[in-house]
Design a protein around this ligand. Structure first.
Ligand code: SF4
Length: 229
């Protein structure tokens, strides 16, 4: 009979194993600095592939000796595939428990999301179900002007700030310590200070800033690409 283990928190200090699922190449947005070219709704992770990966990893406990594990979900936008993710997470939990795996109760499900569909019922049901084992980061890039410089909808070209900002209070209520990630390209530099102050005013107290890091020379000089979700 599997024993209930005290929760181990080495995942917090980077001491855990990270397993990343790229669940889709689709996204609602077309951020100007996104390196994910060729977004589409056809390239999605099939359930069988996810299951094979989980079976492979969990059956090799001696090869994966880290004390804890982070099951990380990225895209595209991972929450577009919330049904698949829910199925994957349920399977992981059942398999870890039934094999009395040393990662049971030493795991996190981690998400980096653009926050657009965060409020939807199916996403919220998943969050409630897994709340104690979740890390969710929503990307909001600063003030509305700064955010909408880059983070625009794929179809309409409209800025996404209002739709993301709408979900920030719910997110912070559920994850008060949550952090966001601001991405800076050359066009954004004048907005850095006011953007950080703005995010603090929204109640986000951990603001990580990274410059877009993949450089490609474009016609107008240096263009930088990154993916933040
Ligand atoms: S950076 Fe993230 S949210 Fe923006 S287009 Fe790329 S995948 Fe979508």
């Amino acid at each position: 009979m599997p024993q209930y283990k005290k929760e181990i928190t080495s995942w917090k200090s980077g001491g855990g194993k990270t397993v990343t699922f790229i669940v889709t190449k689709d996204c609602q947005l077309a951020c100007k600095y996104c390196y994910l070219v060729g977004k589409n709704s056809k390239e999605r992770m099939p359930w069988e592939i996810a299951k094979q990966a989980i079976d492979y990893i969990l059956s090799r406990e001696n090869e994966f000796k880290e004390e804890s594990v982070i099951w990380d979900f990225i895209g595209g936008e991972p929450f577009l595939e919330i049904e698949l993710i829910d199925r994957i997470c349920d399977y992981i939990k059942v398999e870890m428990f039934s094999h009395n795996h040393h990662w049971f109760n030493s795991y996190r499900f981690s998400f980096s999301t653009n926050g657009i569909n965060y409020h939807e019922d199916k996403v919220q049901r998943f969050i409630e179900k897994n709340r104690k084992h979740l890390s969710v980061g929503i990307t909001i890039d600063g003030t509305e002007i700064k955010h909408d410089l880059n983070r625009i909808y794929k179809i309409s070209g409209k800025g996404s700030y209002q739709d993301v900002a709408h979900n920030i209070p719910l997110w912070l209520k559920q994850f008060p310590e949550a952090a966001t990630k601001v991405t800076i390209s050359s066009a954004d530099i004048p907005y850095i200070k006011e953007s950080v102050l703005h995010l603090y005013s929204l109640g986000i107290h951990e603001v990580n800033i990274n410059c877009v890091f993949e450089d490609v020379c474009g016609k107008r000089g240096m263009i930088f690409y990154s993916k933040t979700n």
